[in-house]
Design a protein around this ligand. Structure first.
Ligand SMILES: Cc1cc2nc3c(=O)[nH]c(=O)nc-3n(C[C@H](O)[C@H](O)[C@H](O)COP(=O)(O)OP(=O)(O)OC[C@H]3O[C@@H](n4cnc5c(N)ncnc54)[C@H](O)[C@@H]3O)c2cc1C
Length: 552
């Protein structure tokens, strides 16, 4: 007798929706979550300035009209506390908490071929079994610290932004170091610059960033949004990024430079990712077009930062605008105009160690009260690498993926039957507005399970050929994109993770856009799941299975 028909691992946006779908079907299922509570990304990242760069109302779930009608997003780009409140509201409204177990980290998952079950080992010592495992582990859920000598020597508080203390941090009058200038750092630096005594930013490579242009959403505006939800989600479904932003379909070189500048001036003042996703499509593929636009943004930075030397340091030289996920900011560049904010270029003077009192670079020692590591994530596959996953014949997923993931549709893996990843590596989620991709993935996986239950099937495995086809397709799409040259989590680069140093691209994300992805996975389902081998069917002698899988 197995413990559960389905075990879902991870209670973030994806796990919450996945358990909702399973509970609605009456299936005996549970969510195992390693953290003390639900929310994933929005439970952990409590650093000041943490907020959406997706429009709030395009980020929320679309599956319940009642939920859409009752929730009031207060800001166009909502902040972490509100986002966590939202996810708790969803869980409570649909009574999902009783199907979740917290502080339940899964350390190992191993497929038992003879029994056709998964055995999960938890860090609290329990072992649980299930027919299916749905991994909603998060693609940005494994924070990485730099590998610096003496990190435990520092006498003051130091933490990764993901682990920003839940009780808050007293910043007034403090000397604070922020290491990193990625998306998170850009949010936190801008937010705390006027709250700390002194702020020193340690930058290795700058990122391109553009204004968020956030605003409040009034009752009237929210009423209008509610009236337009169908239209909003239809637009998200039609656009490559799953946002309301539609690319400018005019050819970059077909319009005059004046026309281009007019568009960019407008986009720079618009909210959200418009500057990235409403732009000309050539920005992503054509070096010369990208260079011209990057220079436009560089000029904007020069206009906003008073010290020309600092401005030049903040302009990226090793990649063009938009070839990695663009951080959105609120007065980030202006922070460097403050007397209490200093920029240290650690490509020139690297950090050599952490000392009792602060940081030592090749140039000098710095004293700090607090050190903040805004050093990003072991993205996309990091959370998978932290579970020892064994498939058919004891094959280890970590070994199979050591040079990068290979999947079928980003949701299944050959050699690992009955393991589903609604928002896995190479799925439609990572390069789009996540929840739109997550809902798509969860719905597809749930329909696959329903199909199997309806047909008395107990085992589903992607074929090796189907997996190779999909992975080749994902790989080929990189060839067209300038992003393949960038040191970013889109290409699997992370100098703080062994094996992820630059040199070898990992084909992490699907770049074909949301509509094409949905079209492809829908066709697979309609074909009776071509690329997936099913078996064995529910034999009469094995009756009782259908009762077993139900919760009641
Ligand atoms: C600071 C920040 C801002 C972001 N802003 C946006 C945005 O504006 N728009 C957007 O589209 N996306 C954004 N993202 C991406 C964001 O991760 C997704 O939007 C979304 O929250 C992902 O949900 P998820 O459920 O897939 O993963 P997560 O929210 O990461 O949840 C995964 C859960 O799985 C759990 N877990 C992992 N491994 C195990 C294990 N072995 N055992 C038990 N539990 C485990 C984790 O503890 C976690 O709770 C942002 C990410 C970050 C870090």
């Amino acid at each position: 007798m197995i413990d559960y028909e389905v075990i879902v691992i991870g209670a973030g946006v994806a796990g919450i929706y996945q358990i909702k779908r399973l509970v609605d079907l009456g299936v005996k299922a549970v969510v195992l979550e390693g953290s003390p509570d639900l929310g994933g990304t929005w439970y952990w990242n409590r650093y000041p300035g943490c907020r959406f760069d997706s429009e709030s109302y395009t980020y929320g779930y679309s599956f319940s009209r009642e939920l859409l009608d009752e929730w009031h997003w207060k800001e166009k780009f909502s902040s972490q506390p509100e986002n966590l409140r939202y996810l708790n509201h969803v869980a409570d409204k649909f009574d999902l908490r009783r199907h979740m177990q917290f502080n339940s980290r899964v350390d190992a998952a191993s497929y038992d071929e003879a029994e056709n079950i998964w055995r999960l080992t938890l860090s609290d010592g329990r072992t649980l079994t299930s027919r299916f495992v749905v991994m909603t582990l998060g693609l940005l859920s494994m924070p990485t610290l730099p590998r610096l000598e003496g990190m435990d020597r520092f006498e003051g508080p130091s933490f990764h932004t993901y682990n920003w203390p839940h009780e808050g941090v007293e910043l007034a009058g403090k000397r604070v170091a922020v290491i990193g200038t990625g998306a998170t750092a850009i949010q936190v630096i801008a937010e705390i610059a006027d709250k700390v005594g002194d702020l020193t930013v340690f930058q290795r490579r700058p990122n391109w960033a553009a204004p968020l242009n956030n605003s409040r959403i009034s009752q009237e505006e929210m009423a209008d949004i509610r009236g337009r939800y169908d239209e909003i989600f239809a637009t998200c479904a039609r656009t490559p990024g799953g946002f309301e932003h539609e690319p400018d379909r005019r050819g970059f070189w077909e319009v005059s430079r004046e026309e281009r500048l007019k568009l960019w001036d407008r986009l720079y003042d618009e909210p959200g990712f418009g500057i990235w996703l409403r732009n000309f499509r050539e920005i992503f593929t054509d070096e010369a077009a990208n260079a011209e636009f990057s220079e436009y943004i560089a000029d904007r930075i020069r206009r906003r930062v008073k010290d020309p030397e600092v401005a030049e340091k903040l302009i990226p030289r090793d990649h063009g605008f938009g070839v990695q996920r663009v951080p959105l900011e609120t007065y980030y560049y202006e922070a460097y105009n403050r007397d209490n904010v200093h920029l240290v270029d650690i490509s020139e003077t690297p950090i050599v160690s952490v000392t009792e009192r602060g940081l030592r670079t090749t140039e000098r020692d710095y004293d700090f009260d607090i050190i903040v590591y805004a050093t990003g994530f072991d993205a996309i596959t990091g959370a998978f690498d932290h579970i020892e996953i064994q498939g058919v014949g004891g094959e280890k997923l970590g070994e199979k993926w050591k040079d990068g993931p290979s999947t079928f549709l980003g949701m299944m893996i050959s050699g690992f039957p009955n393991l589903l990843m609604p928002a896995g590596p190479q799925s439609g989620s990572a390069s789009t507005n996540y929840p739109r991709g997550i809902e798509t993935g969860v719905n597809w996986c749930t329909e696959l399970l329903k199909y199997m239950w309806a047909h008395g099937l107990e085992r589903a495995e992607a074929t090796r050929a189907a997996e190779e086809r999909w992975t080749r397709h994902v790989t080929e799409m990189y060839a067209m994109m300038l992003m393949r040259k960038a040191k970013s989590w889109f290409t699997g680069y992370n100098s703080n993770v062994a094996g992820h140093e630059q040199g070898r691209i990992r084909y992490f994300v699907y770049n074909g856009g949301a509509p094409k992805y949905v079209n492809t996975i829908t066709k697979v389902a309609q074909s009776g799941y071509e690329g997936i081998v099913f078996g064995p069917s529910d034999e009469p002698g094995r009756s009782g299975r259908s009762e077993e899988r139900l919760a009641v």
